[in-house]
Design a protein around this ligand. Sequence first.
Ligand SMILES: C[S@@+](CC[C@H](N)C(=O)[O-])C[C@H]1O[C@@H](n2cnc3c(N)ncnc32)[C@H](O)[C@@H]1O
Length: 159
Amino acid sequence: MNISIITVGKLKEKYLKNGINEYIKRLGSYAKVEIVEVPDEKAPEQLSEAEMLQVKEKEGERILAKVSQDAYVIALAIEGEMWGSEKLAKELDKLATYGRSKVTFIIGGSLGLSTAVMQRSDAALSFSKMTFPHQLMRLILVEQVYRAFRINRGEPYHK
Ligand SMILES: C[S@@+](CC[C@H](N)C(=O)[O-])C[C@H]1O[C@@H](n2cnc3c(N)ncnc32)[C@H](O)[C@@H]1O
């Protein structure tokens, strides 16, 4: 399976980089994983609603330019559907069974994802009602994808 994770902005924190690289290395036995970073738009504190919409739309265009036509797209969104780890594992297994070998996860920028990105997505996945920083979200996501593959292979993984 080819997994792309499209994210907005550059990852700066070294501790997150190290954690993400570790999980990508571990995932190497199960899937090809790439992280695609698109540039973020400047979003100062005092933006109007219209300006915020513009930021999300611009970032959304950059994200959509990186999405393959045949990819199954899972957008990460606080208001999405809450899945357990087993459900994520089952969904990835189902996609592999039906020959959908390209799976793209999308993580939004500081203001979230545009309507166009949500419309292109096949599923919207929430990790809880809490808001996580988008850079930390990358680490949480790669760990859960790794866990999903371990579950699907029936391999031991601490609960
Ligand atoms: C800082 S959050 C954006 C917050 C923004 N106010 C919103 O409502 O989307 C940045 C990105 O991280 C991801 N994210 C943060 N918390 C999440 C959660 N609990 N579940 C799923 N995705 C989350 C989403 O992709 C989001 O667009």
